[in-house]
Design a protein around this ligand. Structure first.
Ligand code: PG9
Length: 617
């Protein structure tokens, strides 16, 4: 009877007790959703299919598309929340554009998450380093071609946006853009992994990369974090010895990208061929591009300015190359931007930018019939006085003004003096980049670290701190500071960390915790072996004065009256950067324990920071 009932009335059918309870594919219905989501596999020219998630506002017609190509899980990027609301579904940074009816597309790059093919870290363009038929430019082209032909709700116009690695994929698409790619917003793009973005800064290696490589290349869908076994990374990294010893400890020396890094410690052709500013400098500028970066971007502080600078000479009609710098951490542009660390700004600067600057810019090129946006060539949040500044170009300062490290740890614009200061740099006790215990994986430490109070190290005996008197008039800088150190070491190699700092007055009544705060304005590290050539390192002659000249990150800052300007010099920044053994070895990644030696450093008083001072009229 039961069988007969089930046949005539399916509602009476019984689910066998042992029917498996997890279906092959299932999604709960999201009632009353104001969007639809499509999961598709888009074929590339070599037959490899890339997993793509398309989020379409309900009832969309002739809507623009904004595409992000990611190594960080397209499905995850398209489901911040499980919600009927499209604004809650996409990322915080996308809320404005989906509110304007945009279609949002996320794609897994080749070889990651749902996409087929091989993954190569920041895959180089077809050329000397890539003998295949595909790269991020061809994959972006094929994807855009498919989208404009297969998303009937679209108007056939596509923009690309993305931060960091996702900013790198935007720039890659610009090397040979599809005609439907109408506008691009690369944010904090990874541009040159050796000069000053993720992997190295001026040849000094950034240790958190090892965990990142394990996560990104340990598995297609995200590898596991390192089991460091210590709470304080300072201790854990120090104990291991060299970078290669640390990598071997966790087995990550077996990963190909680790090997590639270890094989290319200098700025050789491997890095030069991949430097996207150099690549883009040789291409036509076809697509309006707004490059965006955080002032205190702790991961990719170099690339955005380098790309803007490379494109600027091509922008003859002054309508295609734009730069925006906000008071943000890395990728902070896509989140809440009213503060960073203890510093408060004039409201949610990130939302202001996205809503009032980026959205009209996207609309101009993507929305049918939208008016031209009033986009300034450069929009820069001036720190110190906290206000957005519209500028015709960057940098503002055309000349540099030296400020000298003087006797008695003073800092002054008057003539250089005789004399020097010295300190002992001991690789067994490197200077921590943030107070110990150092938790590199803790976002609360990592994200705001570039605004952290430098008082934590200013009185160490291996840190030299030079300071002006309280300023009587404001000092405005707008551009890149050049470091010009005249220095000697008893070792045969060594690192220089130089910091330009704004020292707050002893008391700040409106925000007492800022009293005496030492706020980093621009800081960087330089590996001494590269002083004569970034490509070919050479030992430092012991006890001979050498010149070390390198640029600090861009700054647009006003040192206010009553504040002081400070410069700090030290020889380690640990464990963010690997230690220099201070004995010259062919490849520092493989330094032996006996290579790590104390050295005495002398910094002479004809050393200066050449500041991009904007003279008051
Ligand atoms: N800064 C990250 C990264 C970019 C490119 C390569 C490696 C790391 C990121 O945030 O994506």
């Amino acid at each position: 009877v039961a069988a007969l009932l089930a046949l005539s009335f399916p509602a009476f059918a019984q689910t066998p007790a042992m029917a498996p309870d997890i279906p092959a594919k299932f999604d709960t219905v999201i009632p009353n959703a104001d969007y639809i989501k499509r999961d598709v596999m888009i074929p590339m020219r070599d037959g490899v299919k890339l997993h793509t998630v398309i989020v379409i506002p309900k009832d969309a017609q002739r809507a623009p598309i904004v595409l992000t190509r990611t190594p960080y899980n397209a499905s995850g990027r398209a489901s911040r929340n499980i919600s009927p609301s499209i604004a809650a579904t996409v990322g915080q940074g996308d809320e404005t554009m989906v509110g304007e009816g945009y279609i949002r597309v996320f794609q897994d790059v080749r070889g990651k998450y749902g996409s087929e093919g091989d993954y190569v870290m920041t895959r180089p363009l077809i050329g000397p380093l890539n003998a295949t038929r595909t790269d991020h430019a061809t994959d972006a082209w094929d994807t855009i071609d498919w989208l404009v032909k297969n998303v009937p709700e679209s108007n056939g116009k596509v923009g690309m946006i993305g931060s960091s690695y996702e900013g790198f994929t935007v720039l890659m698409a610009l090397t040979d853009p599809h005609p439907a790619l109408k506008v691009a917003v690369p944010m904090s793009p990874m541009v040159d992994g050796w000069r000053g973005d993720d992997w190295f800064h001026n040849g000094a290696f950034r240790m958190p990369n090892l965990g990142y490589i394990a996560g990104q290349t340990g598995a297609k869908s995200g590898g596991k974090p390192l089991a460091t076994g210590v709470y304080d990374d300072y201790e854990g990294v120090l104990r291991a010895g060299s970078v290669s010893a640390y990598a071997a400890k966790f087995g990550i020396d077996q990963l190909n990208f680790t090997k590639k890094l270890f094989e290319h410690p200098a700025y050789d052709s491997y890095w030069q061929h991949q430097a996207l500013d150099k690549i883009l400098a040789k291409k036509a500028l076809k697509v309006p591009t707004m490059t965006v970066v955080g002032y205190w971007d702790q991961e990719d502080i170099y690339g955005a300015y380098a790309v803007y600078g490379a494109l600027e000479p091509k922008d003859t009609a002054n309508d295609k190359n734009f730069l925006v710098v906000g008071p943000w951490r890395h990728s902070g542009v896509n989140y809440e931007g009213s503060s960073l660390g203890v510093f408060k700004f004039t409201g949610d600067t990130a939302l202001e930018f996205r809503r009032d600057v980026m959205q009209p810019f996207l609309d101009q090129y993507l929305k049918d019939g939208a008016p031209a946006a009033d986009t300034p060539p450069v929009l820069f949040y001036q720190t110190g006085i906290n206000r957005w500044q519209k500028l015709p170009q960057w940098p503002v300062a055309q000349q540099l003004k030296p400020i000298y490290l003087q006797n008695g740890f003073k800092l002054g614009f008057d003539a250089p003096q005789e004399g020097y200061d010295e300190y002992v740099s001991d690789p067994a006790k490197p200077v921590p980049f943030v107070p110990r215990p150092v938790r590199m994986g803790d976002g609360n430490v990592w994200k705001p670290w570039l605004v952290s109070d430098q008082r934590s190290v200013s009185d160490r005996t291996d840190v030299l701190s030079y300071m002006t008197e309280p300023l009587k008039a404001k000092v405005q800088i707008a551009g890149q500071t050049m470091v010009n150190l005249q220095a000697a070491t008893t070792g045969t190699d060594g690192d220089w960390v130089v910091k330009l700092i704004d020292v707050y007055p002893d008391e700040v009544p409106s925000q007492p915790e800022l009293g005496g705060y030492q706020l980093p304005i621009a800081m960087d590290i330089f590996r001494g072996r590269y002083r004569n050539s970034l490509e070919t390192p050479s030992p430092i002659p012991a006890n001979e004065v050498q010149r070390y000249r390198f640029a600090l990150p861009n700054a647009n800052h006003v040192f206010l009256p009553g504040h002081r300007i400070m410069v700090q010099v030290q020889s380690s920044w640990f464990p963010l950067y690997d230690r220099n053994p201070q004995t010259y070895v062919p490849n520092i990644f493989y330094a032996k324990p006996s290579d790590y030696q104390k050295a005495t450093l002398k910094v002479f008083h004809n050393s200066a920071l050449e500041l991009p001072v904007v003279e008051s009229k």
